[in-house]
Design a binder for this molecule. Structure first.
Ligand SMILES: Cc1ncc(COP(=O)(O)O)c(C=O)c1O
Length: 425
């Protein structure tokens, strides 16, 4: 008998489907397509030799430990390294405030598992990170949103309205947001932590790109601002006497060392860490011991900071090339953001132009990006927008790809001007 699998799937997976866009994006993996679609780092600058030496050293000096089961919380020296890394913001964190996760994607899933009941509202930026939506839809979350502008989340009427829905938490990407590339201003950061404190709504701060600023002044994480707020009022002390408050911070080595490592972390009050540890035990017992030890061996003694400088230099160059090419090849009426760091920028096409239709033509011309609708929690939003990654393609590919897209967009915009019903040629 053939099993009707559809009837065996849990209800919670019903809202989580593969989209038309994802089907289209499969085509972008053909080798002759220049893709600005993925969120991939530049492979040329992965510190492969450093990993080789680190892996040898770990296996030679601690081989049995690296190949053995290990505590769910994570490899103690790595937890210490992360706590130390956050101390530069004046946060007096200890390794007990750190849980190592299998990428920060797992952190998002664990937060869903620990915090989200079916029907719970989550407040997100609009647009926001697709992977978070995917993770939390599987826990049957609902979403309320507030728009973003060049200074990040707009803390205006729509935000206030979203707050009134009583969200379980707010999900905020303060630095070089995925997908838009925009950064939350200092003024709004301060406002946001005050609101979180006032209403008692936690913030999940997802910060994979914060260390990849290549222009402008580094801004403190919401975690640090909240810490200052709590410390100044001597309230909300957790069990350690630390003044952790309303923010759960998510970090990752995916963009600063290598995504294949699958190493991320949660920094939170110890009570939250303990809850997430229990949830993680049911998921994977612990993040790979071998990977954690190699990751630590690579990151230690200042290599992480040294390597970040290389990444910043390369990404800045690629961003500049992409911006200049857009200036040169994109027709009037197309707009884009100017990120000061990270991996992405966001393009807005003239009203009425469908980014998905443009993507189809783009793929036929051997270039790809992600239509913006994928990044909105609700349907039919951002139909004339798209996310462009500038870290993965090399300078020559960026120039060529944007030139090809410019030609597609020129045709599409002139077709739009001749009448809305005209098919793109
Ligand atoms: C905002 C954001 N959060 C989380 C992740 C997941 O990263 P990882 O699981 O590789 O740490 C990504 C990946 O691109 C991201 O952009």
């Amino acid at each position: 008998m053939t099993i009707p699998w559809n009837r065996r799937y849990a209800q919670r997976m019903q809202g989580v489907s593969s989209s038309v866009i994802r089907e289209l994006l499969k085509l972008t993996q053909q080798p002759d397509i220049i893709s600005f679609a993925g969120g991939l780092p530049a492979p040329e600058i992965f510190p492969v030799a450093k990993f080789e030496t680190a892996a040898m050293r770990v296996l030679q000096e601690h081989g049995a430990q690296a190949l053995q089961y290990s505590p769910t919380e994570g490899y103690p020296p790595l937890r210490q390294l992360i706590a130390d890394k956050m101390r530069r913001y004046g946060i007096d964190a200890t390794p007990d405030n750190v849980l190592i996760t299998s990428g920060s994607q797992q952190a998002l899933d664990l937060i869903g598992k620990v915090m989200v009941n079916p029907g719970d509202q989550i407040l997100t930026e609009s647009p926001t990170y697709l992977g978070a939506l995917q993770a939390w839809k599987a826990y049957q979350a609902e979403f309320v949103t507030a728009p973003i502008d060049a200074n990040g989340l707009c803390i205006g009427d729509l935000f206030e309205e979203a707050l009134r829905a009583g969200p379980k938490f707010m999900y905020i990407l303060p630095n070089f947001q995925n997908p838009s590339g925009v950064t939350l201003s200092m003024e709004r950061r301060l406002k946001l932590v005050q609101i979180a404190d006032q209403y008692g709504i936690p913030i999940i701060e997802d910060d994979p790109y914060g260390d990849l600023r290549f222009e402008g002044e580094h801004l403190p994480p919401l975690l640090a601002l909240d810490w200052q707020l709590q410390a100044s009022r001597r309230e909300a002390k957790n069990g350690d006497g630390l003044t952790f408050g309303d923010v759960i911070y998510l970090g990752t080595f995916s963009k600063t060392l290598a995504p294949g490592l699958r190493l991320g972390w949660i920094m939170a009050p110890t009570a939250v860490i303990k809850k997430c540890v229990t949830a993680k035990q049911g998921a994977d017992l612990h993040t790979s011991s071998l990977t954690q030890m190699i990751g630590y061996e690579v990151a230690r003694d200042g290599f992480l900071e040294e390597h970040q400088q290389v990444i910043r230099r390369v990404y800045r160059e690629r961003r500049d090339i992409m911006l200049a090419a857009m200036e040169k090849y994109f027709p009037p009426g197309v707009q884009w953001t100017h990120p000061q760091g990270g991996l992405f920028l966001w393009v807005t096409l003239p009203e009425g132009l469908e980014a998905t239709a443009v993507l189809e033509k783009a793929i036929a011309n051997k270039v790809a990006f992600v239509p913006g609708t994928a990044f909105y929690p609700h349907d039919n939003q951002g139909r004339n927008t798209g996310r462009f990654n500038f870290s993965n393609a090399n300078p020559e590919q960026i120039e060529t790809g944007i030139r090809r897209l410019g030609a597609v967009l020129a045709k599409a915009t002139s077709a739009l001007e001749s009448g809305p019903t005209l098919e793109l040629a």
